[in-house]
Structure formats: structure tokens, C-alpha cells
Design a protein around this ligand. Structure first.
Ligand code: KIV
Length: 271
């Protein structure tokens, strides 16, 4: 059966069915039209326009300064490129925490203004009523547990979560709560693999892991990390499939050298 809905893109029910069939879900971030076109054509199931764009695109030290305007701008560009993949917009810090009403308004903007099919937000029991409110308006929500980067200052850094039994139990409970609240999937970031396995077996909605082991129903990475484009910091869970930094630097150096030597443009490149 096709994973695509009437509009051509993968749907939330298709994502849920993939878990039932034991089919792994491949998710990647993208932030602009050119990259999203490549990611989509390569067969990724879900494109997340992550608030990680604050770090890898905008050069901030954390995701905290990212605004709704930043997110809408980039989500529009990605949604224009996606033909096959589901597009999820990440709700930035303080766009959903203050009130259910504001959360719903902001979630709605992703669907109304950008052609995304759903939103992602961070947190467990503390955002359950917000997830309920947004999903009851017909907006699919992906939850995010474990290391939730918008709480970096509360965690005291980007650290693995759930190593001790009490925190692990709370994350398992939160996974059940976000499922009950209506989330269609949940990202598990930087939790021990055994904990991610337990959660994956305990809930019916798919788990998408990042630094959470191989037993999650799917995996997600930041595209700039896995392509070797972001030099500032590489988390342990990132596999660099290529080092585009080197490839791009070499290409740009070659251009600079040719311009300086008067070798570019040559006959075939001008009129
Ligand atoms: O912002 C982001 O890119 C994310 C993923 C890493 C899950 O939240």
C-alpha cells in the first residue's frame, strides 16, 4: 500500500502503519529549498524543519533565540520542495509554553502559512494539555522527550537523560502521557538504548531516536551534521556519511584560484 496521501506526501497514519509493519522510519532535518529537494528525492519519510536551524543555519549557541518568524520562513522553503516526505515544523522556545491558546495559534500558523503537515514540540506531562489542545484542532503533533534542547539550562548542558532509574521511569511515563494526549510520534533524544527500547515496546506510536540506539522505530539526524557541514560541535551519536566541509572548501578554493588566475569564466561560460 502507498505511504502517500491524496496530497502526495506521506501521512501520519502511514507513519503509524510503518511501526505496525516493523518498517523503520527515516527522518532528517532540512532548512531550505535546495537541501529539502535532495533530502526528499533521496526517499526520507519525514523532513523536520528543526529549531536546530538556530545553531547550524543562524549561528547561535543554542536553539533558544529562534523565533516563530525564523521557523515559518524556513518551513515555507522546505515545504515548497517536499513532494514525498511529510514536513514537520518545530515549535520554537516560548511559542507554546506560555498558554494553550498561544500554542494553538502558533501551531496553526505552521499549517496555514507554510504547508507543513504537523508540528513538533518538546516536553512530557507538562505539555500534555497543550498537545491535546493542538491535536483536537486537527494539527498532528510529534512529541520530543529525553534531552530536550530548549531546556539546556535546566539540564546544565547537553547531557544524556535517563541514566538513573527515577529519570528513566519519568521518561517512560511521559512517553505514555504524550501518546495519550494525541501525539502521533515521539522523538527520543540522547537516552540510553535500553530505555529507548523499553519505551518503543510500551507505546503504540512510533519512536524516532537520535542518540537513542537502534531499537527505536525510526531515526533522525541533523542533516548538516550527517553531511559533515557543521564544524563547531559533533555529538557522539552523529555519523558523518560524507565530509562536505572539505568538498565544499576545495571547490570554493578552486573557484577563487581560477578567478585570480583569470581562468574563470572561460569561453563556455560567457556569451
Ligand atoms: O531541532 C531539531 O533538529 C531536532 C531534532 C534533532 C530532533 O529537534
Amino acid at each position: 500500500m502507498s505511504k502517500q496521501g491524496e496530497m502526495g506526501r506521506i501521512t501520519t497514519s502511514a507513519i503509524r502503519d510503518m511501526k505496525k509493519r516493523g518498517e523503520k522510519i527515516a527522518m532528517l532535518t532540512a532548512y531550505d529549498y535546495s537541501m529539502a529537494t535532495i533530502v526528499d528525492k533521496a526517499g526520507v519519510d519525514i523532513i523536520l524543519v528543526g529549531d536546530s536551524l538556530g545553531m547550524v543555519i543562524l549561528g547561535y549557541d543554542s536553539t533558544l533565540p529562534v523565533t516563530m518568524d525564523d521557523m515559518l520562513h524556513h518551513t515555507k522553503a522546505v515545504a515548497r520542495a517536499a513532494r514525498h516526505a511529510m514536513v514537520i515544523g518545530d515549535m520554537p522556545f516560548m511559542s507554546y509554553q506560555a498558554s494553550e491558546k498561544e500554542a494553538l495559534r502558533n501551531a496553526g500558523r505552521f499549517l496555514k502559512e507554510t504547508d507543513a503537515q504537523g508540528v513538533k514540540l518538546e516536553g512530557g506531562s507538562e505539555v500534555a494539555s497543550i498537545i491535546k489542545r493542538i491535536t483536537s484542532a486537527g494539527i498532528p503533533v510529534m512529541a520530543h522527550l529525553g534531552l530536550t534542547p530548549q531546556s539546556v539550562h535546566q539540564f546544565g548542558g547537553y547531557k544524556v537523560q535517563g541514566r538513573d532509574a527515577a529519570v528513566a521511569a519519568r521518561i517512560i511515563e511521559d512517553a505514555k502521557i504524550v501518546e495519550e494526549a494525541g501525539a502521533f510520534a515521539v522523538v527520543l533524544e540522547c537516552v540510553p538504548a535500553a530505555l529507548a527500547r523499553t519505551i518503543t515496546q510500551s507505546i503504540a506510536i512510533p519512536t524516532i531516536g537520535i542518540g537513542a540506539g537502534v531499537d527505536c522505530d525510526g531515526q533522525v539526524l541533523v542533516v548538516n551534521d550527517m553531511l559533515g557541514m557543521y564544524e563547531k560541535f559533533t555529538p557522539k551519536f552523529v555519523k558523518k556519511y560524507v565530509n562536505l566541509n572539505h568538498v565544499m572548501k576545495d571547490a570554493i578554493k578552486a573557484y577563487v584560484d581560477e578567478v585570480r588566475a583569470g581562468e574563470f569564466p572561460n569561453k563556455e561560460h560567457f556569451f
